[in-house]
Ligand binder design. Structure first.
Ligand SMILES: O=c1[nH]cnc2c1ncn2[C@@H]1O[C@H](COP(=O)(O)OP(=O)(O)O)[C@@H](O)[C@H]1O
Ligand SMILES: [Ca+2]
Length: 551
């Protein structure tokens, strides 16, 4: 048996044995210090490694606010943590606060802006788009924040006073200046695209068309924005950019990013076709199952003023497409000035035509139908007038005048579109209403539009049914859309996305970690570091008795 000694003192506590300044304590402390040091170094290295890997190299498209807003393409720092323009700067990125060059700087991401003017045949619209700079290659982030309708006719209407075309845009440019923060003006691109009205003017009088473009160019150049050009776009471009716009806004490029757009021919059912109807041209654009395009343009462009008035015998012209009681006088010289009608020009013994409405939908349809010549087709399938059209495929978004007309007639019901026979009967009974009655019922609507809804309704049905071959079975695949979210459906957004290179050739490479994983790792590393430091502090600064307890 061991000697128990003098009672209590004879029992030696194992901890107090190590706290009494003997060798075992010294070696454990050194060991602990070594472990703590190792862990701290590891945590710091991990923190730096994660931050550096995640943030370097900077994605090319990241833009930051600059104090003067003069060059958002350079990576600069806003050092006071405030953005001059208030709501302009929308986001502070915490990881940059940690590892920014100055250590305390806030990287503030800016909103970017772009302006597109749609110089249509009937009028010009100015659109302002906005998107967060750091997300410009993400899909669906560009939004329309303003639309301004230019007073007066479309720019092609200034062919006799070309110098007035540019100044007509001044009021809408002023509106854009008010919407876009002044610090952003200089770098905001502005584009003008002119459509069928100017295409026709160019055919008719090329020098007048050039002068109109130069006048609008001068006005846009003198605005404080970054002028990128004023040009006449082709019908093909109009169709293609309209298609990009609606598919971008509908989020159809989202699942696998822009790759889907570029390879969309492989994902047939995942994009929506586009139907645009203007005052002087129309486009249908969709991805066809038939990949071998028989017609290189693979696109449709035709003019709408093809009415044949050869049977005219006197200056009274009964027109089944206007309401009964409606009358309009037109100058024959104006009528035949249009390149779409000039080849029908004939000597008439009168200088004016008196149009008298008949309000007869069936007759109206029949006369419009004659515009769509389906007798000759040099391809495997045609829409009309020898224009190639592959079999219709998938859903279609129909906008511009397609939407204005159908919306007026309350025929845009979504998500359950009306059947074709309901659409036909609605238009038929609208056409049958006397003009005085229509005017009374819709006194708030511009007379020019109101008088033409009957014709336009019949025209749309002829175009879609007889022209493109929609039937009762696939009619409900057409969705009449005015806006998608806050943005108007039309070619302008697609045009800007293309010209500002917001459609990258490759899917943008993202950072190695998702934002969540990155934040998680940073928090974990920080927690390890803090725990190690706390432990070390406890070890060396706590009362001796606690040190004993810990050791
Ligand atoms: O509020 C509206 N109600 C009805 N039709 C409209 C309204 N706003 C525009 N439109 C019509 O939409 C069409 C727009 O055509 P646009 O001026 O874009 O011609 P384009 O695309 O052929 O150059 C015109 O026929 C115009 O009359
Ligand atoms: Ca248009």
């Amino acid at each position: 048996m061991d000697d128990p000694g003098d009672g209590k003192n004879a029992v030696v506590h194992p901890i107090s044995q190590q706290c009494d300044g003997t060798k075992p304590k010294m070696s454990s402390t050194r060991m602990i210090l070594l472990i703590l040091g190792f862990l701290s170094t590891l945590a710091v290295v991990a923190l730096i490694a994660v931050a550096v890997t995640q943030n370097q190299p900077l994605p090319k498209n990241i833009k930051f606010c600059t104090e003067k807003g003069s060059d958002t393409r350079s990576h600069s720092w806003q050092t006071d943590g405030l953005c001059e323009s208030g709501p302009l700067c929308v986001m502070a990125s915490t990881h940059w606060v940690w590892f920014g060059a100055s250590g305390v700087a806030w990287a503030l991401f800016c909103q970017q802006y772009g302006i597109v003017l749609d110089a249509g045949s009937s009028h010009t619209n100015l659109y302002v788009y906005e998107w967060p700079a750091e997300k410009e290659n993400d899909t669906g982030v560009v939004k329309q924040v303003e639309v301004c309708k230019v007073e007066g006719p479309g720019i092609s209407g200034y062919s006799h006073a070309t110098e007035k075309a540019g100044p007509s845009l001044a009021q809408c440019l002023q509106q854009a200046k008010e919407v876009i923060p002044s610090a952003q003006h200089k770098e905001t691109p502005v584009y003008l695209g002119a459509t069928a009205g100017m295409r026709l003017l160019r055919l008719q009088n090329e020098s007048a068309a050039d002068k109109v473009l130069s006048s609008v160019g001068n006005t846009l150049r003198s605005a404080p924005f970054n002028f990128q050009g004023a040009r006449i776009i082709t019908g093909q471009e109009e169709g293609a950019y309209g298609w990009i716009t609606i598919n971008y806004l509908l989020g159809n490029f989202k699942q696998s990013g822009w790759k889907k757009l570029l390879h969309s021919l492989k994902s047939l059912s995942e994009t929506s076709g586009a139907l645009d109807l203007g005052g002087a041209s129309t486009q249908i654009t969709f991805v066809s199952k038939d990949l071998s395009s028989e017609s290189p343009e693979n696109q449709l462009y035709f003019r709408l003023y093809g009415k044949d008035y050869q049977t005219m015998e006197n200056s009274d012209l009964p027109d089944p497409c206007f309401h009964k009681g409606y009358e309009r006088t037109i100058n024959i010289s104006d009528f035949f000035k249009n390149p779409c009608t000039s080849d029908k020009k004939k000597q008439l013994p009168f200088s004016q035509l008196y149009i008298k409405g008949e309000g007869d939908y069936q007759k109206c349809r029949e006369s419009i139908q004659k515009l769509f010549n389906k007798s000759i087709c040099p391809y495997s399938s045609c829409s009309f007038n020898e224009i190639y059209l592959p079999p219709l495929q998938g859903d279609f978004g129909a906008f511009s005048a397609f939407y204005f007309v159908m919306n007026f007639l309350n025929l845009t019901s979504e998500p359950n579109p009306f059947a074709l026979n309901k659409v036909t009967s609605t238009i038929e009974s609208f056409c049958a209403q006397p003009w005085q009655e229509v005017k009374r019922a819709y006194h708030h609507i511009k007379e020019k539009y109101l008088s033409e809804y009957c014709f336009s309704g019949a025209y749309i049905l002829s175009l879609l049914e007889n022209g493109y071959g929609f039937t009762e079975n696939n009619w409900q695949m057409i969705h009449f859309l005015g806006k998608i979210g806050s943005s108007d459906a039309g070619w302008t957004l697609g045009y800007m996305l293309n010209l500002t290179n917001m459609i990258p050739a490759e899917e943008p490479a993202g950072p190695p970690l998702s934002h969540g994983s990155y934040v998680g790792l940073m928090v974990l590393c920080s927690l390890v570091l803090v725990s190690v430091l706390l432990f070390a502090w406890l070890l060396f600064h706590k009362p001796k008795c606690l040190q004993k307890g810990i050791v």
